[in-house]
Ligand binder design. Structure first.
Ligand code: TRP
Length: 339
């Protein structure tokens, strides 16, 4: 791998079903980034268990997400794709960074507050609070320069930078301070049933999200039902009242590759039904080849496992180099090399 390229790391939790929001806002951007950076993309199963998971579902979703990375166009010969729990350095550095994380910083995280509020106070696991320290470990182990994430992860990135600086000033320059990389405008996809909230893969309601593995009929049903307004005018807008139409236009624009102006012109004077039909066609024409690749991958038993094994090996090599430096700096006695 090119050592002069800047490094990128990102990850998605294997919980829920990946949506076209994940595709447009993350995966498609990663596919572009793989040409310019040395990339590490993981499936963050250690993060997934910060809330209760069913073991069978967790296992299946982890493999599904890995296959969807590849089906979306990530090339295992160009990027390192791995499962977080396969590289034990994540849990190890996660612990060390947990010990360096002030409780005040952790309690301030809005994701913690939101997720904790959804559970009985007594049953909230400590992992949910320590989640950002583990995420910092994911990033810092690879000395990543840039971390592509959605806007909702900005605070966790700030936390990571603060923690890295704290470590560096306590123990000497060790970590690269990572930059957040928020996707270009227009890559933030909102819920179809509630276009003022980000499209989520862990929302129960049936008409909230289009999943990457939805059938053409499901895609159609969901998009035709998407919430709009009664103004009967199609244009991009940041008025919350118009968020539904804006979201459909955004999806169309992102997938068609046309400019905002071209899209605005194309739909000027058209009806909402026309726009919805055009969105259905765009989405299905992207998902069809992707699902074909996905099904091929899932049929070839062993192929995915091999990619993930190779990915874990490459990731571990990079990660352990950082981890060993950290252990030495904080005063751990080096273990005798095994074998
Ligand atoms: N917290 C991220 C999310 O929910 C997932 C994640 C975990 C992540 N570790 C990461 C993203 C490291 C980027 C880099 O979306």
């Amino acid at each position: 791998m090119d050592s002069h390229k800047k490094r990128v790391l990102s990850g998605i939790q294997p919980s829920g079903n990946l949506t076209i929001g994940n595709y447009i806002g993350a995966l498609r951007q990663w596919v572009e980034e793989q040409e310019h950076y040395e990339c590490y993309f993981c499936i963050v199963d250690l993060h997934a268990i910060t809330v209760p998971q069913n073991p069978v579902a967790l296992r299946n979703k982890t493999q599904e997400v890995a296959a969807l990375y590849i089906a979306s166009g990530l090339d295992p010969d160009k990027v390192t794709i791995f499962i977080q729990s396969h590289v034990t350095a994540h849990a190890e550095l996660g612990w060390i960074l947990t010990c360096l994380s002030p409780l005040g910083w952790l309690y301030r995280m809005t994701q913690f507050k939101d997720k904790a509020a959804k559970q009985q106070q007594e049953s909230v696991g400590a992992g949910l609070l320590n989640y950002p320290a583990l995420m910092a470990a994911d990033i810092l182990l690879y000395q990543a320069h840039a971390v592509p994430v959605g806007d909702d992860q900005r605070q966790h990135l700030e936390f990571t930078r603060d923690l890295a600086q704290r470590f560096n000033s306590l123990y000497g320059e060790t970590f690269v301070i990572p930059e957040v990389m928020i996707p270009k405008a227009g890559a933030r996809i909102m819920g179809l049933d509630n276009p003022t909230a980000k499209m989520s893969k862990s929302e129960d309601s049936e008409y909230h999200a289009v999943y990457m593995l939805d059938s053409p009929a499901q895609v159609k049903k969901k998009i035709m039902r998407a919430v709009t307004d009664s103004l009967a005018e199609i244009r991009f807008s940041d008025d919350p009242e118009r968020a539904g139409i804006n979201n459909l236009l955004t999806i169309y624009q992102a997938l068609s590759g046309r400019t905002t102006n071209e899209v605005a012109q194309q739909f000027e004077g058209k009806g909402y039904g026309d726009l919805k039909k055009a969105v259905v066609e765009q989405v299905n024409s992207h998902l069809e080849p992707l699902q074909t690749r996905y099904n091929q991958l899932m049929r070839e038993a062993g192929y995915l496992d091999d990619i993930l094994a190779k990915g874990a090996e490459k990731a571990a090599e990079t990660a352990e180099r950082t981890l060993n430096t950290v252990k030495e700096r904080i005063g751990f006695v080096p273990g005798k090399p095994r074998r």
